[in-house]
Write a protein that binds this ligand. Structure first.
Ligand code: UGY
Ligand code: MN
Length: 249
C-alpha cells in the first residue's frame, strides 16, 4: 500500500510526532533477538533516549551506559537483578540505576518501552535504588484537582532521582487545564485512546501507538477525544539545576 508520501509523523525544531507507519527497526549491540525502534535520541537534541524494544521469545537486552527504565507493553519478560529474578507482565516496570548489572529476557514475544538517560549525580544526594513495580498498584492523583485527569508516578520522587515517568489517564473530553511551557523535555508514548495534541504551533490528531518528543519549552496541550479514556506514558527530566553539568565548581 502506497501512501503517496503522506504521514501524520511530523518533525519540527521543538517536537517530533512519530507514528507507527514511519517506524524503522534496528538491532543494537549486545542485544539478541530484539529489534529496537529508536523514537528519540541525543542525535535529535534530546538528553535521553526512548525506544520500543520488540523481543522474540528468549530475546535479551544488551547493556546500557545509562540509567534504564522499562515499562512492559505486551508479553512476559524475566528480569534478573541483584541475584533476584522477577517476571514482569504488561503494566509492570523496572528502574535500573546506571551501572546496575541485570538481564532482561523475554519468556514470550514481548514489547517494552525503554527510557535511558545518563545519570546527573547530585552532591550530597543518596544513590538511586532499583525499583520494580506494577502500575495498577500505584494510587492515582487528580491533576490540579481534576478527577477526569489522573496521574500515576512510577518513579520514586527524591533527590536521588533525576527523572520522572508517569502515566496520565484522561476521561473522554478531559484536557490539560493550561498550555504548558516548561524547561523539562518529554518522551511520550500513547498507550490507549486518542485525542488532539498541541505541540508548538501545530495541533495533531494522535492515537495509541504514537510517540511524541517535546523539547524543553515546547508549548504543549492535550485534549482527549472518543468514547474511551486516553492514556499515555510520559517521561520528564526532573530535580536538577538547569545549569547542572554546564557549571564546574
Ligand atoms: O508533567 C507534565 O509536564 C505533563 N503535565 N505534561 C504533559 O502532559 N504534556
Ligand atoms: Mn508537560
Amino acid at each position: 500500500m502506497h501512501h503517496l508520501g503522506a504521514t501524520r509523523s511530523s518533525l519540527k525544531a521543538d517536537h517530533l510526532l512519530h507514528t507507527p507507519d514511519t517506524f524503522i527497526r534496528t538491532p543494537l549491540p549486545g542485544a539478541t533477538g530484539v529489534q529496537f525502534i529508536v523514537h528519540v535520541a541525543p542525535q535529535l537534541g534530546a538528553r535521553f533516549t526512548q525506544m520500543t524494544a520488540e523481543f522474540e521469545v528468549d530475546g535479551t537486552l544488551g547493556p546500557t551506559p545509562a540509567q534504564r527504565f522499562l515499562y512492559l507493553l505486551e508479553g512476559k519478560v524475566e528480569l534478573t537483578v541483584a541475584g533476584r529474578t522477577q517476571v514482569i507482565v504488561p503494566g509492570g516496570f523496572a528502574y535500573l540505576p546506571q551501572g546496575t548489572k541485570h538481564t532482561a529476557r523475554a519468556l514470550t514475544a514481548a514489547r517494552a518501552a525503554l527510557i535511558e538517560k545518563p545519570y546527573e549525580a547530585e552532591a550530597g544526594a543518596p544513590a538511586p535504588e532499583v525499583v520494580i513495580g506494577v502500575e495498577s498498584s500505584i494510587s492515582t492523583l487528580p491533576l490540579m484537582g481534576d478527577d477526569a485527569l489522573r496521574v500515576r508516578s512510577l518513579m520514586p520522587d527524591g533527590p536521588a532521582y533525576d527523572f520522572a515517568v508517569n502515566t496520565m489517564t484522561y476521561d473522554p473530553g478531559a484536557a490539560l487545564s493550561m498550555v504548558e511551557i516548561h524547561i523539562m523535555e518529554h518522551g511520550l508514548l500513547m498507550l490507549e485512546g486518542g485525542g488532539i495534541y498541541r505541540l508548538g504551533d501545530s495541533w495533531y490528531p494522535v492515537e495509541a501507538g504514537d510517540f511524541i518528543w517535546m523539547a524543553p519549552y515546547c508549548p504543549q496541550w492535550f485534549g482527549a477525544l472518543g468514547k474511551r479514556p486516553a492514556k499515555y506514558l510520559i517521561y520528564k527530566n526532573w530535580r536538577r539545576h538547569p545549569l547542572g553539568a554546564a557549571v564546574k565548581p
